[in-house]
Design a protein around this ligand. Structure first.
Ligand SMILES: NC(=O)C1=CN([C@@H]2O[C@H](COP(=O)(O)OP(=O)(O)OC[C@H]3O[C@@H](n4cnc5c(N)ncnc54)[C@H](O)[C@@H]3O)[C@@H](O)[C@H]2O)C=CC1
Ligand SMILES: O=C1O[C@H](COP(=O)(O)O)[C@@H](O)[C@H](O)[C@H]1O
Length: 257
């Protein structure tokens, strides 16, 4: 990828994980919602993804997009997800088409499929010996309006891929936490995404050739109910971390060689 990569939501947690891992590998154009505390080492702008003008300015001159900006709260109300997540993502896609962007990587979420976690399946599905898997071919099944907005983002990508030919990768991100998996939270351990695996899967999504993909973005956890096979096959994802290698905050086992 020779042209700059636009990273929206650059000031957030996922943006930090990506920049910490692959900052040197790309020329970045960063989009913040409010002025960053420290002057970034990269071209940047401050703007809102629900503003056509801000989005056009952000998209100018870029060859690929990692679109993270939005309201990440599972409990976010409809007016917020409608503006920030749905309308903002549609404006991003429209501008990406106008700019002739090749690749669009969208931060989808586990919450797009949260209602698969029924009373009958939980908590067993969060445990290492359970074989239940979602693989990305299932229809969305959100458990909240935030999840509806993420499923809608995936469908917007389907439309812009089919009608305009952009390569689109939707990464259904699990639970990103720095340093160690969530503690005393089986669901969070089953969908843990370490910072380095987060950077790596986004790197893969920028490098691989694909048409339209939905993949799960989790580490290679022993506990899992999301398959990472599609991410491996389509993107070349090779995760290094596993929530089972931690006892609380402490790493107690090394990654497989
Ligand atoms: N952190 C996680 O475990 C997961 C995150 N995600 C998704 O990844 C993306 C990033 O999440 P985080 O970094 O955790 O959230 P965050 O809240 O740390 O970062 C999101 C960033 O987007 C910006 N933003 C919000 N609305 C905006 C708008 N209208 N225009 C421009 N910028 C705007 C915020 O200012 C913030 O800097 C979100 O789309 C979220 O839904 C999905 C699954 C899990
Ligand atoms: O999409 C998201 O998912 C993670 C994990 O969900 P949780 O309900 O187990 O906390 C969440 O932490 C994050 O805020 C959200 O954007």
């Amino acid at each position: 990828m020779d042209d700059p990569v636009l990273l929206t939501g650059a000031g957030g947690a996922v943006g930090a994980a990506i920049l910490e891992g692959i900052e040197e590998a790309y020329e970045w154009k960063l989009m913040f919602h409010s002025p960053p505390a420290e002057e970034p080492d990269h071209e940047y702008l401050v703007g809102d993804v629900s503003s056509e003008g801000d989005v056009a300015a952000a998209m100018d001159g870029v060859g690929a997009v990692i679109h993270l900006a939005g309201d990440p709260r599972p409990e976010a109300p409809w007016d917020s997800v409608l503006e920030n997540n749905i309308d903002g993502t549609q404006k991003m896609y429209e501008a990406a088409v106008d700019e002739g962007v090749e690749k669009f990587v969208f931060a989808s979420s586990n919450h797009a499929v949260g209602s698969f976690e029924t009373d009958e399946r939980t908590p067993e599905m969060y445990r290492p010996d359970d074989q239940y898997r979602l693989d990305g071919t299932e229809l969305p099944r959100p458990g909240n309006l935030y999840g509806v907005s993420k499923a809608t983002g995936e469908v917007l990508g389907r439309y812009y891929h089919d009608q305009y030919g952009l390569s689109v990768c939707n990464i259904r991100i699990g639970n990103l936490t720095r340093g160690h998996p969530p503690i005393d939270y089986e669901r969070g351990q089953a969908m843990w995404l370490s910072y380095r695996d987060c950077a790596h899967i986004h790197d893969c999504a920028l490098q691989a050739d694909y048409e339209y993909e939905i993949v799960y973005g989790i580490s290679d956890n022993d506990r899992k109910y999301y398959s990472i096979e599609r991410a491996k096959d389509a993107l070349g994802y090779d995760p290094q971390d596993n929530s089972a290698h931690f006892d609380g905050e402490e790493r107690v086992a090394e990654p497989e060689p």
